[in-house]
Design a protein around this ligand. Structure first.
Ligand code: AMP
Length: 215
C-alpha cells in the first residue's frame, strides 16, 4: 500500500509517518529529510537546496522527484511507502504518477491532515528533536520527563530545524496554500482523498489514519 500524507508544515505528517513505520513496517519517504541529509553531507543537491530551504521556498521539482525515484528503486520500498512532504506541486504529482507507473505500483490513499494555521505556528516554533535518536519534543506540549534529557535514549543533545522560525514558517505556509493545496483536486477526482482532523491528539489522529488504511 502506498499513501500520501498531505497537509501544511506542522500538521503532523512526520509524526504520523513515523508511527506507521513502527506499527505497519511501511517506509517513510520524506523529501524534507532527504534534503536535510543532502545539506548536511554537502552534496551537490544539498548545496543547491540549502538557501531555498532556509528561506521557506520550494526546491526544484526535478531535484525532489529524482530523489524519490532513486529511493523507490530500493527494495525496502516494495512493501509500501508513505510519501511525507511530497508531492508539493502539480508537476511533482504528475512526476509521481510516472514514477509509480514505471515500477508497476499504485497510489492507494491520500490523507489530508486538516489543521488550524494559527495553531501551527505555535506547534512549529516550539518543536525540537533529540540530536541522537530523533525523538520529537515540544517546549509546551511534550517536554522530556527529566529536563534536558531525552526520554528514549538519555542523550542531552537536542536540535532545532533552522527553518522552524516564524518568518520562514509563514513563507512555508504560503507556499503550501499557493502550490500544494491545489493538487488535492487531482486526487479528489480519482476518489483517493480522505480527511482527518489534524488538531486532535496524536493518538486520535493515528487511530483515524489507521481506520482509513484498514477500511
Ligand atoms: P519539510 O521537512 O517537508 O517541511 O521540508 C523542509 C523544506 O525542504 C521545505 O520548506 C522545502 O524547502 C524543501 N522541500 C521538502 N520537500 C519538498 C518538495 N517535495 N518540493 C520542494 N521542496 C521541498
Amino acid at each position: 500500500m502506498n499513501i500520501i500524507l498531505l497537509g501544511p508544515p506542522g500538521a503532523g505528517k512526520g509524526t504520523q509517518a513515523a508511527r506507521l513505520t513502527a506499527t505497519r513496517g511501511m517506509v517513510q519517504l520524506s523529501t524534507g529529510d532527504m534534503l536535510r541529509a543532502a545539506v548536511k553531507a554537502g552534496t551537490p543537491v544539498g548545496l543547491q537546496a540549502k538557501a531555498v530551504m532556509e528561506s521557506g521556498g520550494l526546491v526544484s521539482d526535478d531535484i525532489v522527484s529524482a530523489l524519490i525515484g532513486e529511493r523507490l528503486d530500493q527494495p525496502d520500498t516494495q512493501g509500501g511507502v508513505i510519501f511525507d512532504g511530497y508531492p508539493r506541486t502539480a508537476a511533482q504529482a504528475e512526476a509521481l504518477d510516472g514514477l509509480l507507473a514505471d515500477r508497476g505500483r499504485t497510489l492507494d490513499h491520500v490523507i489530508e491532515l486538516n489543521v488550524d494555521e494559527a495553531a501551527l505556528i505555535e506547534r512549529i516554533v516550539g518543536r525540537y528533536t533529540c540530536g541522537n535518536c530523533g525523538e520529537g519534543y515540544h517546549e509546551r506540549f511534550k517536554r522530556p520527563k527529566v529536563d534536558g534529557v531525552c526520554d528514549v535514549c538519555g542523550s542531552t543533545e537536542f536540535k532545532r530545524r533552522p527553518d522552524d522560525n516564524e518568518a520562514t514558517v509563514r513563507t512555508r505556509m504560503a507556499e503550501y496554500r499557493a502550490k500544494t493545496a491545489p493538487i488535492l483536486p487531482i486526487y479528489e477526482a480519482r476518489g483517493l482523498v480522505q480527511r482527518v482532523d489534524g488538531m486532535a491528539d496524536i493518538d486520535v489522529v493515528s487511530a483515524a489514519v489507521t481506520a482509513i488504511l484498514d477500511a
